[in-house]
Design a protein around this ligand. Sequence first.
Ligand code: ADP
Ligand code: MG
Length: 550
Amino acid sequence: EKLIWQLRGTICNQKDCPFCARRLNAEIRLKEIFDFDSFRVYEGEPLQEEAVKSAIAGESLLAVFPTGGGKSLTFQLPALIAGESVRGLPVVISPLQSLMKDQVDHLEERGIPDAVTINGLLDPLERKEAIDRVANGRASILYISPEALRSATVENLLASRNVVRFVIDEAHCFSSWGQDFRVDYLYIGDFIRKLQERKCSGQTIPVSCFTATAKQQVIRDIQTYFRQKLNLELKLFTTKASRRNLQYIVLFMQNDEEKYNEIRNLLQARNCPTIIYVSRVRKTRQLADRLARDGFAAEPYNGRMDSREKIRIQNAFLTDEVQVIVATSAFGMGVDKPNVGLVIHHDISDSLESYTQEAGRAGRDESLQAECYVLFNEEDLDKHFVLLNQTRLSMNEIQQVWHAIKEQTGRQGRVSCSLLEISRQAGWDDTVTEMETRITTAIAALENAGYIERGRNVPHIYANSIQVPNMTAAVKRLEKCERMTESQKTTAKRILSYLISRKNTCRGSSETAESRVDYLADRLGLSRKEVVDSILLMREEGLLADEQDL
Ligand code: ADP
Ligand code: MG
């Protein structure tokens, strides 16, 4: 790998080397691969080109480009070049599954079919296919979520390829000063270090980080993180680029009714693609419905919605079928729509950072004059404090998690258990989505303070891929089965009937969680071992498919 990289991956600086002059030439490849004539310039500085060239030269870097500035291309171009010249695999870590899918689709539209994503939205067969494509070398760029790095399958997979670079998109997620801190990001450095050690090549894998957040603390956090974890100095590419085509306007409003009338007036006056931000999930639907009744093509968008619904609405907005989106801050990361002319904040954002991100989704097309309104009422501030307090973890709660983990580890000092088990042990009774985030966060706090170390994920056993059409058929098969005792049959029936009814009623994101063994056990009041035994039996009997990676 090292030799091939020296031969084909690095620019040799000999004047008449046709390979380097063509194949490793940023401008030529920009035209060939993306059909663009020139790199983007921010505030007169050719930062996109500089960052691309820095990556081609094998450096580690941190690029701060404005939203819509073209960060994806900046890492895709060198990634694709490396993929081709040394058959290397660049790995892109991105926080949102829908974002990854978008980027893979975009590349496909450009005739680049070799981008692959491995994330939780894939069903087991798609996942297997994605893994195969990486393993057999066809994939030239891999998008994965930070959570996926905890999987042994993914680690083995990456160890089998020549990983030429880690790209971290939305790198502000490293920093608690950013608007979007992700606990999972903190594992990335450990993962890269382990992978390097495993390869024993003595080579460090370069890293590129991308964000639109220019906040000093965030930049410092990212740089410090990589310096401490991997001894890497990230070369900084940043500008003070200001958006000149956005106008910011704050209107003081007495109450929601006044806000509504103002929104209607603005929508009528501008009549252009519009995003309205509200702070609460419920409000997205209320406001969208009311606008729809008043004749505007409006749809809601929030993080609690079914992922297919989210994708549908996002696409309808991108194709101008829907002109107005009423959304929480969940909407917009990676939404690449040039002609948004109006962003209205019905409620203020939770931070200035979030505000610039959200308002910045207007006027990506620089020739467009866009307006950003904040409809402001003193009371809105209180709403935020209430919301902030809801998501806050108290010291007491962190202690409960600590005790629960100690309870589980006993004397061994080492345990593998699910978030759900910890949560039940701690005496929590939250909904699945909230509980998972809160427990993960508490664990990260404990890890940060040096109390525990969180290792790799132990694969979940999924009890999906049912091989019988319905419950009647299942019962028939079970009755005939001689190997199972009556009580095993009863357990099997309960599990199957639960899975089948889930399959029919739910296609949401909780689907995978609910078919996980620990959740099944919890829901059906069985022990984990009973569920696992039953599932293994059903696999042997052909009632459940025996797929790899289930
Ligand atoms: P962000 O920086 O917010 O991630 P994207 O990577 O989504 O932005 O890019 C926004 C748009 O800019 C994309 O449609 C992309 O094709 C376009 N773009 C990026 N670089 C160039 C370029 N050099 N010339 C023309 N368009 C570009
Ligand atoms: Mg982006």
